[in-house]
Design a protein around this ligand. Structure first.
Ligand SMILES: Nc1ncnc2c1ncn2[C@@H]1O[C@H](COP(=O)(O)OP(=O)(O)O)[C@@H](O)[C@H]1O
Ligand SMILES: [Mg+2]
Length: 246
C-alpha cells in the first residue's frame, strides 16, 4: 500500500500478513503502517476478519495459522466490546491490576478521574452501568500509557446516547495521551467522527484507505461527512437510498 503523504514514524508495521482458519483464508497478505499517534478505524462486514486482524496485532492469536511480519510497540492495550472487569475486584482494583502499589494507586485514581469516575473507586463492577464499565475498561487501558490502543467494537453494546458520550471521551483521551489507535467498528459514522484514517477490510484485503481531514468537532450533517459516509457504505455493499453505490 502506498504510504500516505506526511506519514508519521510507524508505531505498527505489518507486512504480507496471512491468517487462515482451516482452508479459509481470512487475511490474504495484508500490509499496513500505522503512524505514532495516528487514529485508524477499521471497517468491514461481519466476518470479514476485523477481529482476526486486531488479535494478530494484540499477539492474541497463537493458535491461528499464518505467515507475515508484524511489529508493534511493547506497551499496547486492548479494549473489547464487553468491559471484562473482574466482578470480585473494585473499580480501582480492576484499573490497577498488575501495577506496582503506591504509584499504581495514584495513577489509577487519576485515570478514573479522567474517564469521569472520580469517587467511584470502591464501587463493584455490578454497581456500574454498561457505559461506566466501559469507562473503567478505558481507564484500565490508559493507565499503562500505551503506545498502541487496540479497540474491538468497544461501544457496540452501548445505547446510542451513551455511545456518543463515549466518542467524545475517547477523542479527548486520545488527544491527551496520543497513542496510535486501531478502532474496529461496524459503525461508519463512529469511524468518520473519530478517525484520522479509515480502512475497509474485504475478502482478506484492505480495499479502502481513506484519510479524513474534516475539522473537529465533526458534524454528522456536514456535506463532506455525508459524502464520505456514502463512499464507505458503498465499499461495504450498502446502497444509500437516492444515491448510486460507489
Ligand atoms: N477460532 C476460529 N476458528 C475458526 N474460524 C474462525 C475463528 N475465529 C474466526 N473465524 C472465522 O474467521 C472469519 C473472520 O472472523 P472475525 O475476524 O471474527 O470477523 P469480524 O470481526 O470482521 O466480524 C469468520 O468467517 C469467522 O467465522
Ligand atoms: Mg469482530
Amino acid at each position: 500500500m502506498a504510504p500516505h503523504p506526511g506519514q508519521l514514524k510507524p508505531a505498527v508495521h505489518v507486512e504480507k500478513l496471512v491468517r487462515r482458519f482451516a482452508a479459509k483464508t481470512i487475511l490474504d497478505g495484508v500490509d499496513l503502517d500505522i503512524g505514532e499517534g495516528e487514529f485508524v478505524a477499521l471497517l468491514g462486514k461481519s466476518g470479514s476478519g476485523k477481529s482476526t486482524f486486531l488479535r494478530a496485532l494484540a499477539g492474541l492469536d497463537h493458535e491461528v495459522e499464518g505467515t507475515g511480519a508484524l511489529e508493534t510497540p511493547e506497551r499496547l492495550s486492548v479494549v473489547f466490546q464487553d468491559a471484562r472487569l473482574l466482578p470480585w475486584r473494585t473499580t480501582i482494583q480492576n484499573v490497577t491490576l498488575g501495577l506496582p502499589g503506591g504509584a499504581g494507586q495514584e495513577a489509577g485514581r487519576k485515570a478514573l478521574a479522567e474517564v469521569g469516575l472520580e469517587g467511584r473507586e470502591t464501587a463493584w463492577p455490578n454497581q456500574l452501568s454498561g457505559g461506566e464499565q466501559q469507562r473503567v475498561a478505558l481507564a484500565r487501558s490508559l493507565v499503562r500509557e500505551p503506545a498502541l490502543l487496540l479497540a474491538d467494537e468497544p461501544f457496540g453494546a452501548l445505547d446510542a446516547l451513551t455511545r456518543l458520550k463515549m466518542h467524545d471521551l475517547l477523542r479527548e483521551l486520545c488527544a491527551r495521551h496520543r497513542p496510535a489507535v486501531l478502532l474496529v467498528t461496524h459503525d461508519v459514522d463512529e469511524a468518520i467522527s473519530l478517525a484520522d484514517r479509515i480502512l475497509v477490510l474485504d475478502e482478506g484485503r484492505f480495499v479502502e484507505d481513506l484519510h479524513i481531514d474534516l475539522p473537529a468537532p465533526r458534524d454528522h450533517g456536514d456535506r463532506r461527512f455525508a459524502q464520505i459516509r456514502t463512499q464507505l457504505l458503498g465499499r461495504l455493499g450498502v446502497n444509500v437510498p437516492g444515491r448510486r453505490a460507489a
